[in-house]
Ligand binder design. Structure first.
Ligand SMILES: [Zn+2]
Length: 186
């Protein structure tokens, strides 16, 4: 599914829909393309959110799902807080870094702090792109908390969502079900 401006316009889609039970706003990942992941059960009662990541982490996420800092992946890698992010030595008082962080906004999850920019060369058209990856995720209602964003931005990051509700987090691995791979070429 392509969410570029022209495909979005041709389909006549809105920017925001309701998903889950109780219903929550789902803001479409405009500007990105989504490839479906092979999931066994559709979680239609769950909320829809995003998780920005880097290509090096994709294979582990597709194999193991999203895990917590301290967990070990099947490939033997121990998850840790990313460089430059809050960790045990640098965080606001009471902030728990051992969580899975998600957002209802692709504008927030797609920030290069979370969704790293990879240089990608398209041989067919001899063009360099800034490529980014993220996951579209079902999140179980009641399993997570909603918080203010934690980046140094003062502007409104997403026109449809308040800055104070952009960062969602959970310690429950089973509450998080990735079901789409999002790719952005800039
Ligand atoms: Zn398109």
């Amino acid at each position: 599914m392509c969410y570029c401006k022209s495909c979005h316009k041709i389909r006549g889609d809105k920017a925001v829909y309701k998903r889950g039970d109780p219903a929550k706003d789902y803001v479409l990942p405009l500007g990105w393309a989504r490839f479906p992941l092979n999931v066994s059960v559709v979680k239609s009662s769950y909320h829809v959110v995003f998780h920005g990541t880097e290509t090096d982490c994709l294979e582990d996420i597709l194999n193991d799902g999203l895990l917590l800092p301290g967990d070990k992946t099947r490939s033997g890698y121990i998850i840790k807080e990313k460089w430059g992010h809050f960790n045990d030595y640098h965080k606001p008082p009471g902030f728990n870094t051992k969580q899975i962080f998600l957002s209802p906004s692709i504008n927030y999850s797609g920030n290069p702090i979370y969704s790293y920019i990879h240089k990608w060369y398209d041989y067919k058209y001899a063009t360099w792109y800034d490529a980014q990856v993220a996951l579209q995720v079902w999140l179980r209602p009641g399993s997570y908390s909603v918080n203010h964003h934690t980046i140094s931005a003062t502007h409104k990051i997403d026109e449809h969502i308040s800055n104070s509700e952009l960062e969602w987090s959970t310690t429950d691995r089973s509450a998080v079900v990735p079901y789409g791979l999002l790719i952005h070429l800039g």
